[in-house]
Design a protein around this ligand. Sequence first.
Ligand SMILES: [Zn+2]
Length: 236
Amino acid sequence: MEEQKVVQYGTTVIPFSLRRSDRSTLAITVQPDATVHVTAPLHAEWHKIESRVLKRGRWIRKQQQFFETFLPATPVRTYVSGETHLYLGKQYRLKILAGSSPSVKLKSGRLMVTAPDNANTDHVKQLLGAWYKQHAEKRFEKALRHAMPLFRKYPINLPEITVKRMQKRWGSCQPDGRIILNPEIIKAPSRCIDYVVIHELCHLVHHNHGSEFYRLHDKVMPDWRRWKEKLEKVMS
Ligand SMILES: [Zn+2]
């Protein structure tokens, strides 16, 4: 059984799910969707659980802030001419044209979408989504090819990239060594994409966010924090 609880940590409220289990110690985890999960011994008293969570408050907030980088914000789009859309860190104005063969082209600083019925915003959205995905696939492969030599001292194989829209993350690394990337990051500057790819490659070496993971991250991309911040800013 799971209960929803909160603790007040300074000025921040930390909500978490509490599960009781037949174990002797208390465990706290922060999931990639920034949710906090606590597993406590069956008969642990609430004030003890509370004080343990508070004691780890700083660590919890740090984990959450880290994962929050990967939580995409989705601005409302209407898919009409004049609206701006991001591509590789730049804003492009949409121009929607009527034409029998559907297409999307980046031309003279504009995103030109041609659709048989240019007032059909669902179709425009679909065409644009497919265009982004196609370009994301190419750009992500390129980022991966550029990043791999940084890892030549580590026993990792060239991973397969899957481009998949995810609700709450920019990238993830699968136990089978596959890397899943959110096509949304094609909207960010190139180095932000490199950052996400490199972050996931570091996970092929270290599967957690421990100190060795960060040491490697700093080594292969010393300025990664700058691109992480930029990514957060662009996507928010
Ligand atoms: Zn990570």
